[in-house]
Design a protein around this ligand. Structure first.
Ligand code: PRP
Ligand code: URA
Length: 211
């Protein structure tokens, strides 16, 4: 495979906002606001390879051939529920994107994903498909979601998260070597409960104020 499998988005604004999000005393509202802000910056990087074509337009001065996105609208797939925090921000930047959801939760004992919902846009085979979930821990959830999307025809996939553990990156590389992973940080390891260390805790709980 020629494409780089792991990209760490180390833009200073991303890194600064992520540091604030990691702090345990950040409020639910603050966490959500930062996730929305950071998702705009991450989206900029993950869409870098969208294809362009040209179209004829008229400026007030003259006619010109101007760049415009080519092909079918891209698909954003949120892994529920924490994926929605990234999705909301990205949709502000790409309001015409098609949106799908894969509902999964991680069984706390087995760390295996349990699926409860799936609804995805049509013609996934003709769209760049960006799967979003803030956390890549064991990789079990992202691998299962991407398995599902491939069953629906998705071919040109990216996976975007905020934090990744080495274990999850390796699992994705083994299961889906064709799917580049984009993250703001690669942390040290997983703890005995499958949480990312140092991490930021449970992304869904922090985003929605649940426990
Ligand atoms: O890489 P993995 O080990 O599979 O872990 C990552 C998953 O865990 C979290 O979701 P969770 O299961 O807590 O569900 P939630 O989003 O509904 O809170 C997170 O949002 C990922 O989906
Ligand atoms: O650290 C982790 C691991 C999985 N899911 C989370 O929300 N956080």
């Amino acid at each position: 495979m020629n494409k780089q499998h792991l990209t760490i988005i180390n833009h200073p604004l991303v890194q600064h906002k992520l540091t604030i999000m990691r702090k345990k005393d950040v409020s639910t509202a603050g966490f959500r606001r930062l996730l929305r802000e950071i998702s705009l910056l991450l989206a900029y990087e993950v869409t870098r390879e969208l294809e362009l074509t040209t179209t004829t337009i008229e400026t007030p001065i003259c006619e010109m051939q101007a760049p415009t996105l080519e092909g079918k609208k891209l698909a954003l797939i949120s892994i529920l529920r924490a994926g929605n925090g990234l999705l909301d921000g990205i949709l502000e930047l790409i309001p015409g994107a098609r949106v799908g959801f894969v509902g999964l939760y991680r069984d706390p004992e087995t760390l295996q994903p349990v699926e409860y919902y799936c609804k995805v846009p049509n013609a996934l085979d003709a769209r760049m498909t960006i799967v979003v979930d803030p956390m890549l821990a064991t990789g079990n959830s992202s691998v299962a979601a991407i398995d599902k999307l491939k069953e629906h025809g998705a071919k040109n996939l990216r996976f975007l998260c905020l934090l990744a553990a080495p274990e999850g990156v390796e699992r994705m590389r083994q299961a889906h070597p064709d799917v580049p992973v984009f993250t703001a940080a690669l942390d040290e390891r997983l703890d005995d409960h499958g949480y990312i260390v140092p991490g930021l805790g449970d992304a869904g709980d922090r985003m929605f104020g649940t426990k």
